[in-house]
Design a binder for this molecule. Structure first.
Ligand code: ADP
Ligand code: MG
Length: 365
C-alpha cells in the first residue's frame, strides 16, 4: 500500500553517465510530493534534462533507483509509466487537427469515441482553445501550439506531467502569460508537475519548490522565497536573483556572526551561514535592495564610504552602482520614494547594511 503522503517520485542515489566516464548526474536524492510543482533550475549542461529523461524512461539510470507511487520504474517502458510530457519544440503531429492531436493519447489507451470527444473538449477549454479543434498546428501561433501541447499532456489525466523548457521558444510577454496559465492549471487540477528551466524568474514564479542544479548536483532544494532569502552556497546566491558578491578572509567567527576582511579593504560583520573558520576564504552575499544609502547612525554594523559611479532611473527604483570596499560593481537598488534626487554621480555617500542581510558563504569552486 502506498500512503497518500508518500512521495509520488523518488530518485534514490541516481547517477548517470553517457560515456561510462563522466557523471553528468552525480548522486541524486530527491523526493517529489503528490500535487507539487517542482522545478529543476540550473545553467545549460547541469543535468536537468537528463534527470527528466530518466524519469520519463527515455534514458536508463547508470546507478540507483527511481520510484513512481512507491514502485521501482527502472525497467518500466516509457509509455507504461502514464506520464504526460511537454517539450520546447511542440512535437504536435502536423498532419492531424488539434482535436486529433489531443484524441491520440486517448485512442492508444482504448477510450471510447464519446469519452474521447468529451475529454478533448474539456482539455481544449482548459487552455482557452475551445474553438480551435478543427485547425492544424500550422494554422496556430507559437503560443497556441504550446497550449495544445500542454492540453495534450494533460488530456489523459496523468498523475505526473514533465515539462522541459516548454516556453523557451516564446517571446517574453507570451512566456510570462503562459507561466501564469500553467501555474493556474496546476493549481486547479492538483496534478504533480516536474518542470525544467534555466530561467530563474520563471522558476520563482511557478514553483512550490526549486531544485537548483549545477554540475550534476542539487545545490539547494527549497521554496522560492527561501532560495532567494537564504541561499546556502555562493553558487545559489549568484544564480538566483541579483547579488553583490565580496570575497575575503575570515577573521573571526562568534556564534551566528563572523567578521570578514574583504579583498580591497574593509571588515564586514556578516551572518555566518557556512564558513570554514578563521583564516579561510569566504564569499559574502548581499542583495541590492537590502543596502541602505546614508543609513541612520547606529542602525547598521557595516557602514562604508562609497563613490556613486552610475545612476540608472528605472521608475520604481534607482539602480545605483557604487564603488565600495574596493569593488566598483556594487549595486544598490534605491527605492524611488527615498529621496534619490540627492544622489549624484561622483559623490561620496555612506553605504550600510545589517549583519543579517549579509550572508557569509563558503567560496564555490
Ligand atoms: P541541461 O538540461 O541541464 O542543459 P543535460 O542533461 O542536457 O543538461 O546535459 C548534461 C550533460 O550531459 C551535458 O554535458 C551534455 O552535453 C551531456 N549529454 C546530454 N545528453 C547526452 C547524450 N544523449 N549523449 C551524451 N552526452 C549527453
Ligand atoms: Mg536541458
Amino acid at each position: 500500500m502506498v500512503a497518500e503522503n508518500d512521495p509520488l517520485v523518488r530518485f534514490i542515489d541516481v547517477q548517470k553517465s553517457y560515456d561510462g566516464e563522466i557523471l553528468v548526474v552525480k548522486k541524486l536524492n530527491l523526493d517529489i510530493a503528490r500535487g507539487e510543482f517542482l522545478t529543476m533550475l540550473g545553467p545549460s549542461g547541469s543535468g536537468k534534462t537528463t534527470c527528466l529523461m530518466m524519469l520519463a524512461g527515455f534514458e536508463p539510470a547508470t546507478h540507483g533507483e527511481i520510484t513512481l507511487a512507491g514502485k521501482p520504474i527502472n525497467n518500466v517502458a516509457p509509455h507504461k509509466r502514464g506520464i504526460g510530457m511537454v517539450f520546447q519544440n511542440y512535437a504536435l503531429f502536423p498532419h492531424m487537427t488539434v482535436a486529433e492531436n489531443l484524441a491520440f493519447p486517448l485512442q492508444v489507451r482504448g477510450m471510447s469515441k464519446a469519452d474521447t470527444e468529451a475529454k478533448v473538449k474539456k482539455a481544449l477549454d482548459m487552455v482557452q482553445l475551445g474553438d480551435f479543434g478543427h485547425r492544424r498546428p500550422g494554422q496556430l501561433s507559437g503560443g497556441q501550439q504550446q497550449r495544445v501541447a500542454v492540453a495534450r499532456a494533460l488530456v489523459f489525466d496523468p498523475d505526473l506531467v514533465l515539462m522541459d523548457e516548454p516556453l523557451g521558444a516564446l517571446d517574453k510577454q507570451l512566456r510570462e502569460q503562459m507561466q501564469y496559465e500553467i501555474k493556474h492549471i496546476h493549481q486547479s487540477l492538483g496534478v504533480t508537475v516536474v518542470y525544467v528551466t534555466h530561467d530563474q524568474s520563471e522558476a520563482l514564479t511557478m514553483s512550490n519548490r526549486i531544485a537548483v542544479f549545477n554540475d550534476g548536483i542539487i545545490q539547494q532544494l527549497a521554496s522560492p522565497d527561501n532560495l532567494y532569502e537564504r541561499p546556502e552556497n555562493a553558487f545559489v546566491a549568484q544564480f538566483i536573483g541579483e547579488n553583490n558578491k565580496l570575497l575575503g578572509n575570515v577573521k573571526s567567527v562568534n556564534g551566528q556572526s563572523c567578521e570578514i576582511e574583504v579583498d580591497g579593504g574593509g571588515v564586514v560583520t556578516a551572518l555566518s551561514v557556512n564558513v570554514a573558520g578563521p583564516g579561510e576564504r569566504a564569499s559574502l552575499s548581499l542583495r541590492p535592495e537590502r543596502v541602505i544609502i546614508n543609513p541612520e547612525i547606529g542602525s547598521c554594523p557595516n557602514v562604508f564610504d562609497g563613490r556613486v559611479e552610475e545612476l540608472i532611473y528605472l521608475g520604481d527604483h534607482i539602480r545605483t552602482r557604487v564603488n565600495v570596499c574596493g569593488h566598483d560593481d556594487f549595486v544598490v537598488k534605491v527605492p524611488n520614494a527615498s529621496g534619490h534626487a540627492q544622489l549624484q554621480e561622483g559623490n561620496t555617500v555612506k553605504v550600510g547594511w545589517t549583519m543579517e542581510d549579509c550572508r557569509a558563504l563558503d567560496i564555490y569552486e
